[in-house]
Design a protein around this ligand. Structure first.
Ligand code: HXC
Length: 514
């Protein structure tokens, strides 16, 4: 064959191999409002940057008439490309080919690109649209998933791993995402479950729709399995690009520094916190009054909204924000908000992202439900995550810092590098009302006018303890600052912390309260 004919043959083979599951299956995919696997990859990556590998891989299954079936690319597209000019590794399961189910060669394509991502120290993006382990390939499919889970775990904390759920994902197709750093879901399209409605009906006799069982909202609001919610696939891909722009490529680098910008004037830090300490406000307004361009990229917005986490930039540098939200449950710490914050703190620590903590909360949530759900264990996760984090850690106490919450929210005692407090800060074992009722119970009961006595004692307590100066006098707070000084104090603290270096005792790993 001449070179010309060789090239023609290659081109024909490529076109054939890129057909996916064929026209009928693709029409079905489109009718469901879904893009194809290839369209998804091309949308996420920079134009003309996608380089595909293993296009000609074929499945090896022979049982159940599988030898008669052609599964193009074995149901998954893998390759490399760039996002904003920086390299990433990517794979997208193709639901049009045997439901994107995972057989041996399908798994090998994924593990090959995972190994590549880890070796090259670049982010990995996995687009999951799969019915899970390919039933016809039996234990080979399970082995394939095991190999993926192992790699997800080994790569954790070394390279960013991003999962996108873009179809009905079952079994192994959701456990791999669960091991990755960030999970993206799309309204009406994403479904995640270990066992689908059919199995539930067979085993439990219960009817439930895929949406109710594991739709996008379920995982963003209730289970906490997903971190980003999008209204369309395109919206989801834009969010992924934004995330990639905030984070470093691997754990040996820092995030790229951007051009510094001032916050927008409309977020005036002096006007956000109400003068009555009982009134709520939106902590995100405070974050936006501090960050470059008032931009804040929130993570897990719909889950445990009593704590807010996400990325913003200060002087062009990416920072992770952990902030109590007084607007929801007074910003209290509970099982879910502790889980949410602790995981994010560990992410920032793994990837050299300084953590800024904004504190205004009345402590841990009391109640039988919380105790029985394990608030001791879950709450301890924040203590653990902050204590072991060695990235720059800066705290600003805005209002309430009571009890265990004061310690947990990156206090000096957990090795915060800088602790600033506004003059409105109240740092105490508990709130003035509760404290006065306990400490002065006898005086209040025996007073001629118990109500007047209670008020007087509350005022006395506030005067004495519910302010930042007692903590400042002990050096637990480094400086009491005016709200308008917050950004400049943070910028300076970040500059000073640029080369922070902490040696922890040598150990294999700790045992966090998982
Ligand atoms: C082989 C599969 C498949 C699978 C789907 N297909 N899942 N083939 N193995 N696991 C095939 C279907 O036979 C069908 O082929 C095509 O994909 C499309 O599937 P449909 O059922 O028509 O699509 P839909 O109605 O949208 O339903 C999607 C679904 C459903 C909810 C994902 O297919 C489903 O419940 N699949 C099984 C899910 C599951 O239990 N997986 C195993 C999990 S155990 P044709 O040829 O008809 O087009 C697992 C082990 C690892 O993953 C666990 C690790 C912890």
């Amino acid at each position: 064959m001449s070179l010309k004919r060789n090239i023609q043959d290659l081109r024909k083979r490529k076109i054939e191999a890129q057909k996916g599951g064929g026209d009928v299956a693709i029409e079905k995919q489109v009718a469901m409002g879904k893009l194809t696997a290839r369209e998804r990859i091309l949308y996420i990556l920079d134009e003309n940057s996608f380089h595909e590998y293993d296009l000609f891989v074929e499945h090896l299954a022979r049982d159940f008439d599988m030898d008669k079936k052609v599964l193009h690319g074995d149901g998954v597209i893998t390759g490399t490309g760039t996002i904003y000019g920086l390299p990433v590794c990517i794979y997208a399961q193709d639901f049009t080919v045997a439901g994107g189910s995972l057989g041996l060669m399908h798994a090998r394509k994924i593990t090959k690109i995972m190994d590549h991502a880890l070796k090259m120290r670049v982010p990995l993006i996995g687009i999951n649209d799969s019915g899970g382990a390919r039933i016809q390939e039996g234990v080979n499919s399970l082995a394939g998933y095991g190999e993926i889970f192992f790699r997800n775990t080994i790569a954790s904390g070394v390279i960013p791993q991003i999962s996108v759920i873009l179809g009905p994902c079952a079994g192994g197709a959701v456990y791999s995402p669960a091991l990755t750093d960030f999970v993206f879901v799309v309204e009406n399209i994403s479904k995640m479950f270990i066992t689908g409605p059919n199995v539930i009906k067979t085993v439990l006799g219960e009817e439930i729709s895929m949406e109710e069982l594991g739709g996008a909202k379920v995982h963003c609001e209730i289970s906490g399995n997903a971190h980003f919610y999008a209204r369309s696939e395109q919206d989801c891909f834009e969010q992924i690009k934004k995330l990639i722009d905030y984070i470093p490529r691997n754990n040996t680098e820092k995030a790229q520094k951007k051009e510094p910008r001032e916050p927008l004037k409309k977020y005036n830090i002096d006007n956000i916190v109400p003068s009555n300490p009982r009134y709520p406000y939106d902590i995100k307004d405070i974050i936006k009054s501090i960050t470059d361009g008032s931009e804040f990229f929130e993570i897990m917005e719909m889950y445990a909204p009593n704590i807010v986490i996400g990325f913003g930039r200060l002087d062009g540098k990416t920072c992770g924000f952990v902030a109590n939200q007084p607007k929801v449950l007074a910003g209290v710490l509970d099982c879910d908000s502790s889980d949410k914050a602790a995981r994010f703190i560990r992410y920032c620590d793994s990837f050299n992202i300084p953590i800024i903590t904004l504190e205004d909360m009345p402590g841990y949530l009391p109640g039988v439900d919380q105790e029985h759900m394990g608030v001791i264990r879950h709450g301890a996760k924040i203590l653990y995550a902050y204590s072991e984090a060695t990235v720059p850690k800066i705290t600003v106490i805005i209002r309430k810092a009571y009890g265990g919450g004061y310690i947990a929210m990156n206090s000096r005692h957990l090795r915060a590098d800088f602790v600033f407090a506004w003059p409105t800060a109240e740092i105490a074992v508990m709130g003035p009302e509760g404290a006065a009722n306990i400490v002065f119970r006898k005086e209040i009961m025996e007073a001629e006018d118990p109500e007047a006595m209670r008020k007087q004692k509350i005022e006395e307590y506030k005067e004495k303890f519910a302010n930042p100066f007692v903590a400042a006098a002990k050096g637990y707070v480094d400086q009491v600052i005016e709200p308008s000084e917050t950004r400049s104090m943070l910028l300076h603290a970040l500059d000073v912390s640029e080369n922070k270096s902490v040696q922890m005792p040598r150990k294999k790993h700790g045992i966090p309260p998982f």
